[in-house]
Design a protein around this ligand. Structure first.
Ligand SMILES: [Co+2]
Length: 208
């Protein structure tokens, strides 16, 4: 069952085909329960998504004690919010500051903090991103529309299955009066990977 994308390529990659083949084999032999597998996939595709991460960021921006715990021991602080489990065994939170911009990659494959962000986006898994993020982070960021000043140190972190990184973006100026609930709505997924910033609502959709 292969679907065509708009540019005419077959959607399933070699790896995906292998996974499907393996899945039917395991199901056939009774080694895997297809329903349990579907439920697991559905959980990560629809129930656990980047919104978990938005809530973490908004809380860190408004609760200094939580932020301190989050930066000191990511897993313990994230578990307080119920975000733990598979593909999140060790999660390290990196704080962006006016002088430091953190950016996350997995040069080998696509290690990613699932409990906080759900499944990784296609670009994160792509070879160009995995290879270029390390060599030319400033150039990659420009392609994402992010200009980082020359006085800011860009730090690139290579995720592994053991350690997965999450960026805590800077709280934008002009959001001082916003509540935690309102702040959740302005965070974006890429800002937690370091390929976007968070902008104040007045800047979003500014037509001038
Ligand atoms: Co990996």
């Amino acid at each position: 069952m292969s679907e065509k994308t708009h540019d005419g390529h077959t959607e399933l990659t070699d790896n995906e085909l292998r996974v499907r083949a393996l899945e039917s084999l395991l199901t056939e032999r009774g080694l895997v329960d297809a329903d349990a597998l579907n439920e697991l996939i559905d959980t990560y595709e629809t129930k656990i998504g980047p919104r978990n991460g938005f809530k973490v960021v908004a809380r860190a921006w408004t609760d200094p004690e939580f932020k301190k715990r989050l930066l000191e021991d990511g897993n313990a602080a994230l578990a307080e919010m119920g975000y733990e489990g598979r593909q999140g065994e060790t999660m390290v939170v990196l704080e962006n500051t006016p002088k430091i911009h953190n950016m996350v990659v997995c040069t080998l494959c696509s290690c990613y903090p699932w409990p906080v962000l759900g499944l990784p986006p296609a670009w994160y898994k792509s070879f160009p991103y995995r290879s270029r993020a390390v060599i030319d982070p400033r150039g990659v960021l420009k392609e994402f529309g992010v200009e980082i000043g020359d006085d800011v140190d860009i730090r690139v972190w290579d995720s592994t299955s053991e350690t997965r990184f999450i960026v805590l973006p800077e709280r934008p100026a002009g959001t001082e009066d916003m509540t935690e609930e309102e702040l959740v709505e302005i965070v974006n997924r890429n800002s937690l990977i370091g390929t976007a910033l968070v902008e104040a609502p007045s800047a979003i959709g500014d037509q001038s």
